[in-house]
Design a protein around this ligand. Structure first.
Ligand SMILES: *Cc1c(COP(=O)(O)O)cnc(C)c1O
Length: 358
C-alpha cells in the first residue's frame, strides 16, 4: 500500500481505519449479503446506520432533542440557496458577513432572493483575516445572520463566535468538529461533508426544529428544511453510502476522543506556523490572530519558488499543496484525519527547502 500525504482542501483525506472498515464491509455488510450501497433505505439494516450516524454527531456537538440533523444533497453550496429561500421573506432582511470566497458566495445567493445587509467586509484583505468581534454591524430585527467560521481558501478562522442578536447560521464546512465550539450559539450550522465529515455529495445540516418550522411553505418540498426534519432525511432516497461513511467517521472521532483530536489539530497547525514564523523565507497569508488550524496558507519569495516547492513536495509524496488560484502560494489542508506524520514530513521538507533555496 502506498498512501500519499494528501493535503487536499476537499474532497480530503479520510481516516484510514474508516476506509479499511468500509473495504472489509463493502461486498457483504455485516452478514447482510449486500453492500450498504445496495440496500433499501427503508430497511432495518440501513435504518440502524442512519440513526447511529445522527446520534453520534449530535452527541459530539452536544445537541439536544430540539435539534434535527439533516442530510441534504447539493453540498454546502446548495445551502447558500436554501437558507434564503426558506428564511428570507419579502419585507425582511438578513445579515451576512463577507469574510472570504465562501461567505461571499453565500451572500450572493441570498441577494438573488431578498434584502441583504453586509455586516462586515474583509473578503479581499491581504493578509487574509476575519472580522474582529466589534467590527460586525448587526442589524436589529434581521431574519437571521450568516457567518463562515473558517474560510478554506484564505486560511482564516473565526476564533470567537459572535453574538449577532438574530438566529445565527454558520457555514462550518472546513472546521466543523475540529476545535472546541459552543454549537448552542447557533440556530443552524452546516458543512459540506467532504472536508471533515466524510465523502462529497451532501451537506450535514444541524437545525433547531422550531426554526425549520418557520421556513417558507411556498417553495418546493425538497427545498424546505421541514421536509428533512419531519421525515428524518428519508423523504426521498438519501445518499446512503455517504451517510454510512459519515457515521463511521463520527465513530472514529468519538473513539479518538474529541478533546484529543482538537489538541492534536492545534499541535499540527502550530508545527507548520512555527516554521513559517522562524524563517525569513516563508510568509503566512493570514493575520496571526485569525490563522486557521485546518487550512494553513503561506507564500514564498517568488511564484517560481512556489512552483518549485509544490513540484518537489509532490515528488516526495506530499500531494495537493498548491494554494487556491485566488490567493496563490501554498495551502496545507490538515483536517481531523490528516496524520501528524504527514505534518512532520512537510515541516522537514520546508526546512530543507529553505536551506537550499533561501
Ligand atoms: C468547500 C466549501 C464550501 C462548498 O462546499 P460544496 O460542498 O462544494 O458546495 C462552502 N463553504 C466552505 C467554507 C467550504 O470550505
Amino acid at each position: 500500500m502506498s498512501r500519499v500525504y494528501n493535503f487536499s482542501a476537499g474532497p480530503a483525506v479520510l481516516p484510514l481505519e474508516v476506509l479499511q472498515n468500509a473495504q472489509a464491509d463493502l461486498v457483504d455488510y455485516k452478514g447482510c449479503g449486500m453492500s450498504v450501497m445496495e440496500m433499501s433505505h427503508r430497511g432495518k439494516d440501513y435504518d440502524a446506520i442512519h440513526q447511529e450516524a445522527i446520534a453520534t454527531f449530535k452527541e459530539l456537538c452536544g445537541l439536544g432533542d430540539d435539534w434535527s440533523v439533516c442530510f441534504i444533497q447539493g453540498g454546502a453550496s446548495m445551502q447558500f440557496a436554501m437558507i434564503p429561500m426558506n428564511f428570507l421573506g419579502a419585507g425582511q432582511s438578513a445579515d451576512y458577513a463577507n469574510q472570504g470566497t465562501w461567505s461571499n458566495k453565500a451572500l450572493k445567493q441570498a441577494q438573488m432572493i431578498g434584502n441583504v445587509n453586509v455586516v462586515a467586509n474583509c473578503q479581499k484583505d491581504i493578509p487574509t483575516r476575519m472580522p474582529a468581534n466589534d467590527e460586525f454591524k448587526w442589524t436589529a430585527g434581521a431574519a437571521y445572520s450568516h457567518i463562515c467560521t473558517n474560510e478554506t481558501i484564505s486560511g482564516a478562522e473565526l476564533k470567537v463566535i459572535p453574538d449577532s442578536g438574530s438566529p445565527l447560521i454558520g457555514d462550518m464546512s472546513s472546521d466543523i468538529l475540529s476545535c472546541e465550539r459552543d454549537y448552542s450559539k447557533f440556530t443552524m450550522f452546516y458543512a459540506g461533508a467532504q472536508k471533515n465529515l466524510g465523502p462529497s455529495g451532501m451537506a450535514v445540516v444541524a437545525i433547531r426544529k422550531e426554526f425549520a418550522e418557520k421556513g417558507s411553505t411556498s417553495i418546493p418540498t425538497m427545498l424546505q428544511y421541514r421536509t428533512y426534519v419531519d421525515e428524518n432525511s428519508l423523504y426521498n432516497t438519501p445518499p446512503t453510502w455517504g451517510i454510512y461513511i459519515f457515521g463511521e467517521t463520527m465513530k472514529w472521532v468519538k473513539k479518538m476522543g474529541k478533546e484529543n483530536l482538537f489538541k492534536l489539530n492545534a499541535e499540527k497547525a502550530k508545527k507548520i506556523y512555527d516554521v513559517i514564523d522562524g524563517s525569513g523565507f516563508y510568509r503566512g497569508t493570514a493575520l496571526k490572530e485569525y490563522r486557521s488550524n485546518m487550512n494553513v496558507t503561506w507564500r514564498l519569495p517568488t511564484e517560481e519558488l512556489e512552483a518549485q516547492f509544490i513540484k518537489e513536495a509532490t515528488a516526495a509524496g506530499m500531494k495537493s499543496l498548491k494554494g487556491h488560484r485566488s490567493v496563490g502560494g501554498i495551502r496545507a489542508s490538515i483536517y481531523n484525519a490528516f496524520p501528524m506524520a504527514g505534518v512532520d514530513c512537510l515541516v522537514d521538507f520546508m526546512k530543507e527547502f529553505e536551506k537550499k533555496n533561501g
